[in-house]
Design a protein around this ligand. Structure first.
Ligand code: ATR
Length: 278
């Protein structure tokens, strides 16, 4: 619908930002709900984040998403952070409060848990094993711990796993080379690494020790069916694709800026899937 002088505004800050699918998704939801609002791509060069945020605040924006390379810098500029943003030291969703404060959150983990629930999976059904210890692993660990799940982490570089364990008490370590043999009592296996992404190396996975109830999730969404998910399906295991997290992580921002909780349904999955390599 055409914008009026009362339109609510939000956008995504990144450098580059042209690859972002967020404008497509948010503007689809805006149109679906007949909301007087817009969501725009905002290319902001490194070093210009604070100037851009203050300007957008001054111009009446409701808030922004933040993507690479600004997520850490954004967290440092926020006045308040949610637990996941504190745990990751990064924020991907900023809300400009009426009193001038900026509230930051890291919604990847919440999005991941929402994508599990949408697939009918209880995130706290049993221990979760996360492969990787980067920002995505921290956000997902934070969300799973908040659900009451036991969380284990295996990472190629032990120091990085150690740093996650120090920052997130309650998470335990599984040595990277032995994770396949440690699946016997795991309920949820999550690849949070970039392995398996189109153009990258595949995750070497041996699922022969997997219990039959194991759920295998991947945060890689291009391709939708990674080799890990294909292996899991071939063994008859339940799988959760990364596209669910990609969509669900956008929900809290939209709800905060535009006042409506948008649905992640087949139509938006098809909309996004159409933009991905398969
Ligand atoms: P993000 O913030 O998106 O999670 P990241 O911080 O770069 O991205 O983390 C990438 C994760 O993928 C890390 O856990 C990384 O392992 P290291 O800490 O050992 O680098 C993991 N990763 C990337 N390439 C890998 C590879 N070839 N083998 C094993 N792990 C890999």
């Amino acid at each position: 619908m055409p914008l009026t002088g009362h339109a609510r505004l939000a956008g995504v800050i990144g450098w580059p930002v042209s690859h972002s699918r967020s404008p497509l998704l948010h503007n689809h939801w805006l149109a679906r709900h007949g909301i007087d609002g817009a969501y725009v791509p905002l290319p902001v060069a490194p070093g210009k984040l604070e100037t851009a945020l203050r300007g957008l605040q001054a111009a009446g924006f409701a808030g922004v998403n933040v993507t690479v390379p600004h997520k850490q810098a954004a967290a440092a500029l926020c006045d308040t952070l949610d637990p996941a943003a504190s745990a990751t030291g990064s924020a991907n969703t900023l809300v400009f409060e009426a009193d001038g404060r900026i509230a930051g959150s890291s919604t990847d983990g919440l999005g991941f848990v929402a994508s599990l629930r949408a697939a009918g999976i209880d995130p706290a059904a049993g221990p979760a094993l996360l492969l990787g210890a980067g920002g995505a692993a921290r956000s997902i660990a934070s969300a799973l711990l908040a659900c009451g799940a036991a969380v284990r982490v295996a990472n190629r570089t032990p120091e990085r796993a150690g740093s996650l364990l120090r920052d997130q008490p309650g998470v335990t370590l599984v040595p990277w080379p032995s994770w396949p043999e440690r699946l016997h009592d795991v309920a949820l296996l999550v690849n949070t690494t970039s392995l398996g992404m189109a153009g990258q190396a595949k995750l070497p996975a041996d699922l022969s020790h997997a219990p039959s109830e194991l759920v295998v999730a991947d945060i890689v969404y291009a391709p939708r069916e990674t080799m890990l998910l294909a292996q899991a399906r071939a063994r008859g295991l339940r799988t959760v694709e990364g596209i669910g997290m990609l969509l669900h992580q956008a929900v809290p921002g939209f709800a905060a800026w535009f006042g409506v909780e948008p649905a992640v349904d087949d139509e938006v999955v098809a909309l996004l899937a159409g933009t991905l390599v398969s």
